[in-house]
Every structure is written in C-alpha cells, then in structure tokens.
Design a protein around this ligand. Structure first.
Ligand code: 4AD
Ligand code: MG
Length: 505
C-alpha cells in the first residue's frame, strides 16, 4: 500500500491506495473518484473498458465516504490536486457508507459543528489541521534548538493566575480545584530549577464569551526564562514568531493554497516588529498621532468607502445575473453558473454589509478610547491596520494587568507587560511580561487584588530563595492558527472545540 503524499516517487508505476471516496463525478463509461487517504487528495479515474463490470457499477454508484482500495498507474497531471492522477486498474470496496450527512451544498456552522467528527474529513478542515500540526512541530523545534526544556504543569490547580472571574471549578476529593488558566506560576518555579523552560498544555477560561477569538479550552505555549528582562523577552518573541511563521509558510504551501490564504503578509514576517509603549499605541489608535504617515482613523474611513464601493458593485452584479436567470432560455450549464455566482456574491455582500456596519462603530470607539482601559477586540483591529507585521505593545497601566507583572522603574503606575498583536485584524496572540521579583511588592499586589495569600505561599518562595529577574510569555495556539490560515473564527482551528454553548461532539 502507498500514500497519496508519496505519489511523486511512483510516477509511471502502479500503486495501491486505501482511503475514502471524498467526491465522485461520472461520465460516459468513466468514473472520477477523488480519493482521500489522510495524507492528501487524489483523483482516480476508472474506465469501464478496464474495470470489471460489477466493480465499475459499484464505483458508479459508490456513496460518498465509502472506504475503498484503488490500484492503478500514477500519471502526472498539473490540473489535478496534488499534481497526480491514478488511472485505476482495480477497485475494492472496504465499506459502503450510509448516506453522508455533509453534502456539497452550503451548511450552517452549527450543523457543521454538530458533525465536527465528520466535518474534519473535508478538504479545508484537513488543511487547517495540517497547519496546526506543523505549527506545533515548529514551536517545539524552535525551543528545543534554543536549549529550552519542555515541562508540564498541573491542570488541577488551587489558585487563579489570570483573574478569578474566569475559573472552571471542579471537585477535587471534596476540595474545590480549578482547571488551569495558565501554567505560568509553575513555569516560573521550573525556570528557577532548569533555566529556560516552556510549557505546552491545555488551558481553560470560563468567560461566557462568544467572540471569534475565545475558546473555553485552548492550548497555550508558555516559555519562561531566568535572567531575562522585558527587552530580552521581546527579542525572543520576535525571533520565535519569525521562525514559526517561516516554517509554516515553507512547509504548508499546499495547505495554505487549499485555504486560499494570501501569504503576502506572512512573508513580511522577517522585519523587526514595531514596539510601542501603551501610551503611544493609544495615541495612534485615537488618530492623535500618525505612524509613518498613516493615520489609523483615516485608514478606516478609506476602508469604509472601499467597502461601500464593493457593495454597490456586487449588488449590481447580482441584479444582472438574477435578471438573466429570470429571463430564462439559458442552457443548463450557464444557468447553474449564474445561480452559483449569484449565491456566492450574496454571501460576500452579507460579509461586506457586516463590515460596513462595524467600521463606523470601530471608529467611534477608537476615537473615544479612554487612556487606562484595556484594548478591546475592535481597538486592536483599528490599531493593527497601521502595520503589516505583528506589533508589540508594552508598558501597560498596572490596574488592567495581572498581579505578577513587574512595575516600571520610572513610573510605578505602569507594569512591564507586553502584548503581541497580529496584523490583518487578528488582534492579541501573545501576552507576556517581566515578572515582579521583589517579594514585598508582589505581596502588595496580591493583597491589592484580593487574592488569597495562602495559595501563593509557595510562589513567594521563588522570591525568598535566589529571586532573579525573569520573564516569559504565552502564545495562544488557536489564535496563531487562525491568523496563519486567515480564519474568521478560532473554532475551526482545534479538532473538537469547546466554547460557550458547545460541548459536543
Ligand atoms: O494574555 P494571557 O491571558 O496571558 C497569560 O495567560 C500569561 N500567563 C502568559 C504568560 O506570560 N506566561 O493569554 C495568553 C494568550 C493570549 O494572548 C491568547 O493568544 C491566548 O493565550 N488566549 C486565548 N485563546 C483562545 N481563547 C481564549 N479564551 C484565550 N485566552 C487567552
Ligand atoms: Mg492577554
């Protein structure tokens, strides 16, 4: 048996592929089956002249997602996905599928989510999962090559890390325990033991949030480095991001193409990332300052004009096609084409209408942004519109950031946190900081936040025994995948997503 991903090695030779029928077209005396075997997709051509009658009939009526084995010759063909086609000499049925619930017609997202266990077989989902896999590999590679030690931190925890409002409480032998919101505090202990470490684990946040960026269960990568300050942390983030983006762009060319991902911006990753203080970011957001001659508010106003023009154009096209369809007398092929194009345009119009109604709200909230607040999702979108690579926002007001962040020496209303915002409207993908290493200041912050001191006693030990400057950050894996694949929502970036309102399958 061979795999589709290896077909190039077998050009001109006979192979046997085992997989599932992802699609089927029939012609006169011919069946074209798109076979998928997990490693890829490949067109197999079955000719009545070659295949015994009973087998040809079986293939002719084969229900989608039936399992089959196809033997045949590998022929290069640029027009086919993967660049090869298999001219079948035999087909064997392994399992005849029942009627497959996911058809080619458009399904709503809820329907697809209910069938996530099957939806994962589709070409888009396949491509996304492959990108996710490659990204994970690149992340491990980067840290391992840099001498970091991968460490696992507990999922049952007794303490909050990122604020108490987002905890999932469970019962741990009669005692309350929380699902981990971050491995960071344990990561700090491990950095004091092993120097440079990173964690890679499931993370839980109980926000009843239905935004396109929130999951209840997601995977976070958290490096922590002893003897690093904020600037070294930012240097590391930049190199790390560059490495993983380059790696995915290089190795997932086919997948990104399947996703119709325009990789122009991804390929600009090798420039230095702009570093903005929070104050500077706010000034840019409000349009009070420009960045290299560009103004965030003015850019958005231009976007709005563009969206309105596109809308008018697309509406006119829909009208034209619908007019032609209403007139009748068209050949079936033309009719189907007009109908499909009109449907596609309507979908695009819906998305543009959403943008047209969002942009004025974004402009309003950006202009009225109050210094001292956290950046909201739309603020991030407005700000990052100025850049074509990730930006780092650092030195944040202390009151909106976690207790463990180190205060700035020159102004203790600010802390040495850093957020990395991805371009193209994807917003925050990394949160990090230099940590408070002064025991007294840390205690003050814990008390100020009203957090229970007892559960942090062990953490304070890290400031009692050889306390050193240290820093780290957390990357949200799913947000990174969403950006790399240019997906509107993070729910498609994880095999079986968990978010508010979704626990099955
Ligand atoms: O900014 P956050 O909350 O930072 C931390 O948890 C720190 N303890 C990390 C550290 O310094 N070691 O989360 C880090 C990242 C975010 O930037 C985002 O990418 C992701 O985790 N994230 C989420 N992803 C999906 N759904 C959610 N609900 C997320 N919350 C955070
Ligand atoms: Mg954050």
């Amino acid at each position: 048996m061979q795999y589709i991903q290896d077909l190039a090695q077998y050009e001109g030779q006979e192979v046997t592929l085992k997989g599932w029928a992802a699609n089927r077209r029939t012609g006169k005396g011919l069946v074209f089956l798109i076979l998928r075997d997990g490693t890829g997709f490949c067109q197999t051509v079955l000719s009545q002249e070659v295949i015994p009658d009973d087998r040809f009939d079986m293939a002719y009526k084969l229900p989608l997602e039936s399992a089959i084995e196809v033997t045949g010759k590998v022929v290069a063909d640029d027009r086919q996905i993967g660049g090869y086609e298999v001219q079948a000499t035999n087909i064997v049925l392994i399992h005849e599928a029942e009627e497959y619930p996911i058809a080619k017609k458009e399904h709503g997202v809820d329907f697809l989510m209910d069938h996530r266990h099957l939806w994962l077989r589709s070409r888009r989902q396949w491509a996304i999962m492959r990108v996710r896999n490659r990204l994970i590999y690149a992340i491990h590679n980067f840290f391992q090559e840099e001498g970091f030690v991968q460490m696992d931190t507990p999922i049952f925890t007794g303490n909050a890390v990122e604020g108490t409002s987002t905890l999932f409480e469970t019962d741990f032998y009669g005692q309350p325990a929380y699902l981990s919101q971050s491995g960071q505090l344990y990561g700090e202990a491990l950095a004091m033991a092993l120097g440079k470490i990173y964690t890679f684990g499931p993370t839980f946040r109980a926000e009843k949030s239905k935004t396109r960026r929130h999951l209840s269960e997601f995977w976070m990568i958290e490096p922590e480095m002893a003897f690093y300050d904020l600037e070294q942390n930012m240097d590391l983030i930049e190199r790390f991001m560059q490495h993983i983006v380059n790696d995915v762009v290089t190795h997932c060319h086919f997948e990104l193409e399947q996703l119709e991902r325009d990789t122009t911006v991804l390929k600009k990753i090798n420039q230095p990332f702009p570093r903005l203080t929070y104050d500077k970011a706010v000034a840019l957001l409000k349009g009070e300052e420009d960045w290299e001659g560009r103004n965030a508010i003015a850019l958005l106003e231009e976007d709005l004009k563009q969206v309105q023009n596109d809308l008018a154009e697309k509406r006119a096209k829909i009208e034209e096609y619908e007019g032609l369809l209403a007139k009748g007398g068209l050949k079936k092929g033309k009719m189907n084409y007009y109908r499909a194009t009109a449907d596609k345009l309507k979908q695009e119009v819906k998305e543009l209408e959403e943008r047209a109604s969002n942009i004025p709200q974004w402009i309003e909230s950006a202009k009225n942004f109050k210094h001292g607040n956290d950046l909201g999702g739309s603020d991030e979108t407005v700000l990052t519109r100025l850049f074509d690579c990730p930006v780092m926002v650092y030195n944040w007001p202390k009151d909106i950031k976690a207790f463990y962040m180190k205060r700035c020496e020159d102004d203790d209303k600010y802390v040495k946190g850093v957020d990395v915002l991805a371009p193209e409207g994807f917003g925050e993908i990394i949160g990090g900081a230099e940590r408070e290493n002064n025991k007294a200041l840390l205690i003050e912050r814990i008390q100020h936040e009203g957090l229970p001191m007892e559960v942090f006693e062990w953490y304070l030990d890290l400031r009692r025994f050889g306390s050193v400057p240290h820093a780290g950050f957390g990357l949200g894996l799913e947000r990174m995948v969403a950006w790399l694949c240019n997906l509107h929502h993070v729910r498609e970036t994880i095999p079986f997503p968990r978010f508010y309102g979704r626990l099955n399958p």
